[in-house]
Ligand binder design. Structure first.
Ligand SMILES: Cc1cc2nc3c(=O)[nH]c(=O)nc-3n(C[C@H](O)[C@H](O)[C@H](O)COP(=O)(O)OP(=O)(O)OC[C@H]3O[C@@H](n4cnc5c(N)ncnc54)[C@H](O)[C@@H]3O)c2cc1C
Length: 426
């Protein structure tokens, strides 16, 4: 198979963290890159919208101390002094109240479990924190948790969390994903003051400065080999390239490239994901004093509740208190079609469960965001089912968040994957 080495003209599909980093690295080595992005701003799932003096993410975002690639890129772009680290309260709502869950001590004080169950939970967590790799690659997180942390810890703590992230697949999530989730998590959380949008705007700016182009509002409709090149058709016309890197969600790339062999499409179509939806509320006062609240009591129609301004303060948002009500849902879910007003009406009684004085009159503004491909479903064997970067179509490479495993997808891992792709594959 012909490799891309020496090729000069690239198309990169998607201007999220991955596409922009790939484009930057290619442009830095002197190649010409055109990046196609459907939305009006770069940043993909981590993009924001203007609010007050800042950009606010459409979906809640922070970094962990272990996110070295993201921190490195932020420094490289001269934004390091804007990256602030905080130690906010994260908690679990169970039995009608919030239990802090952000330190070894708070785990031992988690009232819904007996002292013995808490000790088992703590020991299990400590083991995963210290273990340099997943204790078992073949079994599911639910099997491992039940065996080592106990049935009650699973039912009370982990099952609601896995259900909120993976829906009906909660019982069949791969153990390495759960290990990475615990192992890499830190209680200090980072936020780029003014919004992560600055990272993506800076990347786009730097790419343009190197002579390449970020084409916003441009939807890729098809990629097709033609006379030894790859033709990219968009809603704004056609162009031809020596090579194409698609950072679009895996299932979407399969649809956009008709010349990919059927056997290849069938093989990689098995990798599936859930959509994300966030109702963002701007309140005239605080709802809770918690940054991240997992809702583990039955019946909550959203999960988690993230009170962003308990991480960063309200100063950048003209005093507004920002609350995200998140949800991961199957793409066919009716809830994805509801309006902000319908959602707020449905969510109100549940917000009152969290803070009984809550009134909808506190809500100054609402925004609703949805993304169809937001959370890969990582069942056992996922690692083997990921598509490789090289495809059977000469000059077409795929790199996307569906290839990230066992770590949970995140800005850091898209940036890291982009660096790996350019250094080791292209
Ligand atoms: C609810 C939620 C919370 C999250 N929280 C965090 C967090 O706290 N910290 C963190 O680091 N990460 C978080 N993430 C994950 C993070 O946002 C992603 O991992 C990262 O942004 C993925 O970047 P990417 O470039 O790989 O993919 P994407 O951001 O999905 O980029 C793909 C791009 O392709 C574009 N595109 C799609 N179709 C077309 C087309 N046909 N033509 C042209 N362009 C197209 C899209 O508009 C998008 O810009 C969260 C994600 C969600 C959904």
């Amino acid at each position: 198979m012909r490799r891309a080495t020496g090729m000069q003209r690239w198309a990169v599909l998607g201007a999220g963290a991955l596409g922009l980093t790939v484009a930057l690295r290619l442009a830095e080595r002197g190649d010409e890159v055109i990046i196609y992005e459907r939305e009006s701003e770069p940043g993909g799932l981590a993009a924001g919208f203007p609010l007050g003096a800042a950009h606010l993410e459409k979906f809640y975002h922070h970094l962990f101390r272990t996110d070295h690639s993201a921190v490195g890129l932020i420094d490289e772009l001269g934004l390091g002094d804007r990256l602030e680290w905080h130690r906010p309260v994260t908690a679990v709502f169970r039995e009608g109240r919030a239990w802090p869950m952000d330190s070894a001590r708070s785990v031992l004080q988690f009232g819904p479990l007996s002292p013995l169950e808490r000790a088992r939970l703590s020991a299990g967590l400590a083991y995963l924190k210290l273990s340099p790799s997943s204790p078992d690659n073949a079994e599911t997180a639910s099997e491992w948790i039940r065996r080592w942390m106990g049935n009650e810890a699973y039912r009370t703590l982990w099952e609601p969390l896995l259900r909120s992230k993976f829906g009906e697949h909660h019982d069949s999530i791969a153990m390495p994903w759960f290990w990475a989730r615990v192992h890499l998590r830190t209680s200090r959380l980072g936020y780029l003051r003014g919004g992560f949008q600055q990272l993506y705007d800076s990347l786009a700016h730097r790419i343009a400065g190197l002579g390449s182009t970020v084409m916003l509002d441009t939807t890729v409709e098809e990629v097709r080999p033609e006379a030894g090149k790859l033709q990219v058709r968009t809603n704004r016309g056609n162009d031809r390239f020596d090579a194409v890197v698609s950072t679009l969600p895996g299932p979407l790339t399969l649809r956009l490239v008709p010349s990919l062999p059927e056997v290849y499409k069938e093989r990689y179509a098995t990798v599936d994901g859930l959509a994300a939806m966030c109702l963002v509320l701007a309140l005239d006062r605080r709802l809770t004093d918690i940054y991240w609240l997992n809702l583990n009591d039955d019946g909550f129609p959203f999960q988690p509740l993230v009170e962003h301004t308990n991480l960063v303060g309200t100063g950048d948002y003209d005093g507004r208190h920002i609350v995200y009500l998140g949800n991961y849902l199957p793409v066919a879910s009716e809830l994805l079609r509801a309006s902000p007003a319908q959602l707020l009406a449905a969510f109100e009684p549940h917000l009152k469960r969290i803070n009984p004085s809550f009134r909808t009159s506190w809500v100054m503004e609402t925004w609703l965001f949805r993304a169809p491909f937001a959370q890969p479903i990582v069942t056992p064997g996922y690692g083997r089912r990921r598509a490789p970067h090289l495809t059977p179509v000469t000059g077409l490479y795929v790199a996307n968040m569906f290839q990230i495993f066992p770590q949970d997808r995140g800005q850091n891992y898209s940036i890291r994957l982009a660096d790996h792709l350019v250094q080791s594959v292209l």
